[in-house]
Design a protein around this ligand. Structure first.
Ligand code: ZN
Length: 189
């Protein structure tokens, strides 16, 4: 009897610890920056894939200028749901429930396509010569943990994993390190 009660206490402690680590999405500092193109409005959808990308402003000037990057998205009629800047600020561009055009022609390792319809896209601001910053890694970890608490995420993939002949991003990203950072949240991908 006592043992069973102890088990309950430990379970409760575990839940409290995980939520203390930032799994509560409301606790995260997400800045709305809604875009007007690059997505489809959608009804209820099941989200079970997270796709990580890199992006930068390739049009000249500051390569990490937020509005220049958003203009680029607009020009190509693409968008992701989230964009994390070099300081680790998370901007939300598209509502989770809507389908953002970020994956393009792509397929999961098991061959299933139509990834935009079931995924959330996350862009890290970095180019082919820079690595993501420590603040970006921290923000990304918390964002993944928060989204995993809300949706039944089964796949955490890089754009290059799902479009290997077309895409090379996210660039210079410590993928193994990201997976390790997620372990304390009880997440293994
Ligand atoms: Zn990409």
């Amino acid at each position: 009897m006592v043992e069973r009660r102890m088990k309950k206490v430990f379970l409760l402690l575990g839940v409290l610890m995980v939520s203390g680590l930032g799994a509560d999405p409301e606790a995260q500092n997400i800045v709305p920056k809604w875009v007007q193109s690059g997505f489809y409005a959608s009804g209820k959808r099941t989200i079970d894939v997270l796709v990580i990308h890199s992006t930068y402003n390739a049009s000249g000037g500051d390569k990490y200028h937020l509005s220049a990057i958003l203009k680029q998205f607009q020009r190509y009629r693409v968008a992701a749901h989230y964009l994390i800047d070099r300081q680790g600020t998370i901007f939300q561009l598209v509502r989770d429930s809507d389908i953002a055009k970020h994956a393009g022609r792509s397929a999961l390792p098991d061959g299933t396509g139509n990834i935009n319809s079931r995924s959330i896209g996350i862009e890290l601001m970095n180019d082919t010569t820079d690595q993501p910053t420590e603040l970006q890694y921290q923000a990304l970890t918390e964002l993944i943990a928060g989204l995993s608490a809300r949706y039944p995420i089964r796949h955490l993939v890089r754009h290059s994993d799902i479009a290997p002949h077309r895409k090379t991003d996210p660039w210079n990203t410590d993928w193994e390190g990201i997976r390790k950072r997620l372990i304390p949240y009880g997440l293994t991908f």
